[in-house]
Design a protein. Structure first.
Ligand SMILES: Nc1ccn([C@H]2C[C@H](O)[C@@H](COP(=O)(O)O)O2)c(=O)n1
Ligand SMILES: [Zn+2]
Length: 190
């Protein structure tokens, strides 16, 4: 039996398994989706942000989301915004996603890394990003772009030579379905 004959006798399913799968997510979607997944850990009732730091070999070296510092109980510390005293609002306490992703790094440093983040970094995170050696920022939303805090971030990034650009997703949604794979009937690896 020659090769073409053999191919004819293969099921369509087996034939499909001879070539690379299509429909996989690309690196940028993968890293931004990782940032979005991390955001799901946030306890902030009004805004959940995630960040993912990646090196030039496409290895993830840090992940973070906005949350209270270690030891500051997120049931005890405030989550409000417009409180009479600033001491009773979240702003003086919460660590931003970018800061957490950088300090959570699992590599020696984050020099020349890229940070993927849901929301454009504030001025405080911009300083941390610059000082850590990160050279590229990929963000999804710049909803606060008109505010001085974010204008200051861009001014610092421009001066420090940190590149930033907006991620335009190819997919509106990437669904994770824990029960969506039929493990029993998946083709065994040959
Ligand atoms: N790039 C950013 C921007 C904001 N965050 C965090 C900080 C707060 O938890 C929240 C913003 O609160 P809002 O004033 O929108 O209620 O998002 C961050 O982690 N990274
Ligand atoms: Zn920030």
């Amino acid at each position: 039996m020659d090769l073409t004959e053999e191919t004819k006798n293969m099921s369509i399913n087996d034939q499909n398994l001879q070539t690379k799968r299509s429909g996989y997510i690309d690196w940028q979607e993968y890293f931004m989706a990782t940032a979005f997944l991390a955001a799901k850990r946030s306890k902030d009732p009004s805004f959940q942000v995630g960040a993912c730091v990646v090196n030039r070999d496409n290895k993830i070296v840090g992940i973070g989301y906005n949350g209270m510092p270690i030891g500051c109980d997120d049931d005890e510390f405030p989550w409000g915004k417009n409180t009479p005293s600033p001491l009773d609002s979240k702003y003086l306490y919460v660590c931003h996603a970018e800061m957490n992703a950088i300090v959570n790094k699992n590599s020696a440093d984050v020099k020349d890394c890229i940070i993927y983040v849901g929301l454009f970094p504030c001025n405080e995170c911009a300083k941390i990003i610059i000082q850590s050696g990160i050279t590229e920022v990929v963000y999804l939303s710049d909803k606060n772009g008109h505010k001085p805090t974010y204008i200051a971030s861009k001014r610092m990034f421009d001066a420090a030579g940190v590149k930033y650009w907006q991620f335009k997703p190819k997919n509106d949604k990437i669904v994770i379905n824990f029960t969506g794979i039929d493990w029993e009937n998946m083709s065994p690896s040959k």
